[in-house]
Design a protein around this ligand. Structure first.
Ligand code: TRP
Length: 362
């Protein structure tokens, strides 16, 4: 069997460089290698609503933003199927049946849900929306509906894939071998697993204002890099510097290649040499920031330009989604049918008819 790849993003904001190295770049590689039957990219609007019920406008407004980011980085509608979660009705039905296979304590133990619960301030007073607490189950539906075996995600999504695997195993065990066991696919470069925000805080997040967006203008990117957190003990250029926790170096780890040195900073052969000099002292932050800016600009410039082009043709984007939704609905409906068959709750087939006839007519 060839691979079926599925991945998704919540449309709660524009995508940033953390998304790029954490997941988009991986999807692009898979897309361009072409070793798959189907590659699905879903806009998870229903999941976004699980913690944005009071702000559907935010979700609505980010559908096109996220699509523009996808197309701008090079995801290609001729190779990738884009669709919107809320349009795929089979997902809700699958979720309903999977809910019976997961216990409440198991759900609440999910480390990602736990961390996000804290982050969103769902405390005793505010309460935890049931839809939010159960979103790992609906995510299992997202994955299994399309029989995805490969799910490229960021590191924070590993507990979701684990939970989906548990659901698959218990479904197949209880009823019949129906669902496909998914595997998470993470970027191999460690710096890409969890790219920090420009302030050095753990994660990029819109509310912390520490993101570099794929759509940021050149001047905005330059300003963000200028203010980037480095090493607070590296005060004079001659002071020895630290690499650990230094955001500029983490970004260079994630983005730069040896050829960037040839092009922009040829007194060093590679990143190791640059790091050595920084640690010894005598290398200023201005210089490494300028280099990072050049490296990032090389990546972001074409993305930004393409994004502007696609933004001129919104009907084309809606058309892509309309077509994708159709394909996604067909695939998910087919799985739902199989699921209901396996559970024995398809009532309008010959088997049921014959069974019941036998029971009542004899
Ligand atoms: N939870 C994912 C995120 O926040 C989005 C998502 C929804 C997803 N459904 C999915 C990712 C299915 C992979 C597969 O980024």
């Amino acid at each position: 069997m060839k691979n079926i790849i599925l991945t998704a993003d919540r449309p709660t904001g524009k995508l940033h460089v953390g998304h790029y190295v954490g997941s988009l770049r991986e999807r692009l590689r898979l897309q361009n290698e072409g070793d798959y039957d189907k590659l699905f990219v879903m806009i998870a609007d229903a999941q976004a609503l699980t913690d944005n019920a009071g702000n559907p406008v935010k979700v609505r407004n980010n559908i096109i933003e996220v699509m523009l980011d996808y197309l701008a980085v090079g995801l290609d509608p001729n190779k990738t199927i884009f669709f919107i979660q809320s349009d795929i009705k089979a997902l809700s039905e699958l979720t309903m049946y999977y809910m019976n296979l997961v216990t409440l304590p198991r759900l609440l133990r999910n480390p990602t849900v736990k961390a996000e619960t804290k982050l969103r301030g769902f405390d005793h007073e505010k309460g935890l929306p049931v839809g939010f607490a159960t979103y790992p189950i609906s995510q299992a539906a997202d994955i299994t509906a399309f029989k995805a075996n490969i799910v490229p995600v960021g590191e924070d999504q590993l507990p979701m894939i684990e939970q989906a695997r548990e659901i698959v195993k218990s479904f197949n065990n209880l009823y019949a071998e129906t669902l496909v066991l998914p595997e998470a696919l993470l970027p191999t470069n460690k710096a890409c697993l969890r790219l920090p925000g420009t302030d050095g805080k753990n994660k990029m997040s819109k509310s912390l204002g520490n993101c570099i967006y794929l759509s940021d203008e050149k001047e905005v990117v330059a300003e963000k890099i200028k203010n980037m957190y480095t090493d607070p003990t590296h005060i004079k250029i001659s002071d020895p510097g630290h690499i650990e926790g230094n955001v500029v170096f983490t970004y260079l780890d994630a983005f730069c290649k040896d050829e960037h040195f040839k092009k922009y900073l040829n007194e060093y052969k590679n990143l190791d040499e640059l790091k050595e000099h920084y640690k010894l002292g005598g290398l200023g932050d201005m210089k490494i920031k300028k280099f990072l800016n050049q490296v990032l600009e090389e990546i972001l410039f074409p993305i930004r330009e393409k994004r502007k082009e696609y933004a001129k043709n919104i009907p084309y984007i809606l058309d892509i989604l309309r077509k994708g939704n159709k394909i996604a609905n067909e695939a998910a409906d087919k799985t739902l049918k199989e699921v209901k068959n396996a559970m024995g709750i398809s009532y309008f087939d010959d088997q049921f008819l014959n069974e019941q006839k036998e029971k009542y007519e004899n």
